[in-house]
Design a protein around this ligand. Structure first.
Ligand code: HEM
Length: 445
């Protein structure tokens, strides 16, 4: 899909004009969280475990790694991109343009305070800081959910799959932040630094499958068929997928929290089925067919995203059906492994590849000259092995030092990929700014 032509106004809102660079601070913050926080911890956590240094602090940092990656990195990045795409998906102007700055401030402050406060939450001052962080995060996601649902309102009414999936993702974001505030509050009141396993599992499953999967399927159900040279996902198939995803996830987290194993496994199977419907409709195993010449090498990044989606769907479906048959909840190892496969091969590779196809910074770059053909294959060559090294050892039950060393390599590869993308993004943003300045001076002249 071609990006919005660089320099072209995106739309004028009654309340405030929308600028072509509004998404940049969201993306810069997301990449800073990824490079300096989430992916750095993805390397140091398994390294510490390989060296036998697993303490209470390690457990706290594990939860922080998860929160920084899902909310600080992936969700913040997706929000930045989705705010650009919402008018196109909703067939209307972007609502609440003035809310973007407070939204960004609340989200960034929220994640930072949570990270600063949680490791020392047994001290009242830091307990207060982490709870304040959770409250800021809730404010930020409410602003986003309002913006998304108001802009998509008429598309939601007509039952457009993309709108239903994105509205679902926004709603789950509010649910996870509300539950997060409540449970972080209880944790802080008890003088603990770690969320209980049950609470943490609910939050993490909502973050992965409610927020990130919902958003990826929402954006993907419109844009991936274009990249893959297919028609958009059929309305009925898309609506069934949205229903299975949202009802299935509700059953999964409720079943997990209230200890109803078959409810949890049926829910996981339904989430898997939702992914399979979208992956099948897109033909996710085919090489993307409609990319412009300059973007063709990025197809090597996009193809594994589609394949990973399909494998994630199959794995969840199989885990859920097996659990249901055995009267057991989905196994923790199987779910952790599938979540990371999806996080690295689907979400992270999707972000670095689709970002280059969708964002105007990279469009400006392509305008100025053909970008290096190494990007798509290199990013895939870092992230596909990272996904496999993170997921497979856990899935096959490898234990001991070997498992942790493989995870350490996975963390290093993930960090290298996201740092490479951050450098590319910075360069492209500079060339975009030069391009916009040139257009402005031509218009004035
Ligand atoms: C190569 C990269 C990665 C490595 C090596 C890695 C490593 C880890 C490790 C060692 C754990 C703790 C598992 C345990 O308790 O046994 C973990 C948990 C987690 N990771 Fe990752 N991770 C990576 C990438 C990601 C990404 C990209 C995301 C999300 C976008 C993510 C989200 C999470 C979440 C949500 C948890 C659960 C935290 C909790 O228990 O509260 N990780 N990861």
């Amino acid at each position: 899909m071609s990006a919005v032509p660089p320099g072209m106004p995106i739309g004028v809102h009654r309340q405030a004009p929308r600028r072509d660079t509004d998404h940049q601070p969201f993306i810069a913050a997301a990449l800073a969280f990824g490079v300096l926080g989430g992916f750095s911890l993805a390397f140091t956590l398994p390294l510490e475990a390989a060296l036998g240094r697993v303490t209470v602090g390690w457990m706290t940092h594990t939860q922080l790694h998860g929160h920084i990656q899902t909310i600080g990195f992936a969700t913040l990045f997706i929000i930045g991109v989705v705010l650009r795409l919402l008018p196109r998906f909703g067939g209307s102007e972007l609502r609440g343009v003035r809310l973007q700055r407070p939204m960004l401030f609340a989200l960034v402050t929220g994640v930072l305070l949570r990270v600063i406060g949680q490791p020392l939450a047994s001290y009242p001052l830091f307990a207060g800081i982490t709870v304040t962080g959770a409250a800021f995060e809730l404010c930020g996601v409410v602003l986003f959910a309002y913006t998304a649902c108001a802009t998509l309102r008429s598309a939601i009414r007509t039952g457009a799959p993309t709108a239903l999936l994105l509205a679902g993702a926004a709603a789950w974001l509010v649910v996870q932040s509300t539950l997060g505030l409540w449970w972080i509050g209880r944790m802080a009141a008890d003088g603990r630094e770690i969320l209980g396993a049950r609470e943490s599992a609910v939050l993490v499953n909502i973050q992965f499958f409610g927020v990130l999967l919902g958003a990826l399927l929402g954006v993907g159900s419109r844009s991936l068929p274009t990249f893959f040279g297919r028609t958009a996902v059929a309305a009925t198939a898309g609506r069934i997928a949205a229903l299975l995803l949202n009802v299935g996830l509700a059953a999964w987290v409720a079943g997990g929290y209230f200890d109803i194993p078959r409810c949890a496994s049926a829910g996981a199977a339904a989430v898997g089925a939702a992914i399979l419907i979208v992956a099948w409709s897109i033909g996710a195993w085919r090489f993307p067919g409609r990319l412009a010449e300059a973007s063709k090498p990025l197809g090597w990044g996009l193809l594994p995203v589609g394949v990973t989606l399909g494998i994630t769907g199959l794995a969840l479906f199989a885990t859920g059906v097996r659990g249901f048959g055995e009267g057991a909840a989905p196994s923790t190892a199987a779910v952790d492994s599938t979540r990371h496969l999806f996080a690295l091969g689907g979400v992270t590779l999707g972000i670095v590849t689709m970002g280059q196809l969708i964002l105007p910074e990279f469009a400006s770059e392509r305008f100025a000259g053909k970008p290096g053909a190494w990007r798509g294959p290199t990013l895939a060559a870092l992230l596909v092995p990272a996904a496999l090294l993170r997921a497979v050892p856990v899935a096959v039950g490898l234990s001991g030092e070997a498992r942790w060393w493989l995870l350490t390599i996975a963390g290093g590869l993930g960090w290298a990929a996201i740092t490479t993308f951050a450098v590319l993004m910075r360069r492209a943003a500079r060339s975009h700014r030069r391009y916009l300045d040139k257009i402005a001076s031509l218009q004035m002249g």
